[in-house]
Design a protein around this ligand. Sequence first.
Ligand code: NDP
Ligand code: GFR
Length: 312
Amino acid sequence: MAKSKVLVVGGTGYIGSRIVKASLAQGHETYVLQRPEIGLDMDKLQILLSFKKHGAHLIEGSFSDHRSLVDAVKKVDVVICTMSGVHFRSHNILLQLKLVDAIKEAGNVKRFLPSEFGIDPSRMRDALEPGNVTFVEKMRVRKAIEEAKIPFTYVSANCFAGYFVGNLSQLGTLIPPKDKVYLYGDGNVKVAFLDEDDIATYTIKTIDDPRMLNKTLYLRPPENILTQRQIVEKWEKLTNKELQKFTISAQDFLASMKGMDFAGQVGVGHFYHVFYDGCLTNFEIGKDGEEASELYPEVQYTRMDTYLKLYQ
Ligand code: NDP
Ligand code: GFR
């Protein structure tokens, strides 16, 4: 069967750019939405031009022009949206409702992957405010997809190593601490960490896989199911330096939200559910889900010891 043609919407973004590269690498004719709104953003333009150099096609389209979205979608078989969802960057998850309308009208899309790539929002109905906004909005998009009977795959990517491993899971920084590290509780809650390039590889593997039609892919490669304490120990071994460890109780961690801005509070909420509740690993994958490393054992996923070497 011919490989599906893919349109990535949000292709110059953090995970989006990796998904464009993975789509090209796996031999899909790959299209990337080129939004007129990027205007004088030279960085975005350069990324788009580099995609073109590597064989991708650019399609002009705008979320303020429904017709342009319909025309873009009609050119492909699969649409992947990587719309922004990290509050201190930008957060436009609900814009996807316009893309769902376009896909519904076009009628040709064989698979739509909305911008998920994190905690499974369907399991977060009781999430703390204001961080629950992420999950409420992602569930609104899911509802629109399923009501329109658009075939889908949801990717629950768990923790991006760039946001959770390079910094030893410290809030407010993206690089490792020098002398002291704060542990969430005893630091022994199991979390799943993924290199972002592997997230992109697994994502593209699903799009022509009938086993992933209307299913959720959970990324839980066994050697990357680790606790925060294990991440810290890997870093200490790599640097041959012990860090001073401090424990933050759940109560104190939540109390720290006071005085934070909205984006900071959202982050605390997400970190709380990951590192205190263990929300990524405290459930069995059910009949509507599959685990990525089991489904695609050929993927040599990056271990976190290797990932951390980047930060030395
Ligand atoms: P980015 O912040 O990199 O943004 C992605 C793209 O969103 C941008 O490149 C842009 O597309 C598009 N976008 C942003 N604002 C607008 C707008 N106003 N109109 C149209 N398009 C817009 O996103 P991330 O890669 O950080 O996040 C993507 C997903 O991954 C989210 O769902 C987020 O929740 C999740 N995530 C999960 C993490 C985890 O650890 N599990 C970590 C970080 C994110 P364009 O390229 O066209 O300009
Ligand atoms: C783990 O799943 C998710 C993570 C998710 O489903 C949606 C969004 C995220 C975000 C986190 C919270 O918004 O990805 C990374 C993280 C963003 C963040 C990192 C927020 C505040 C911080 O101080 C921070 O420090 C690294």
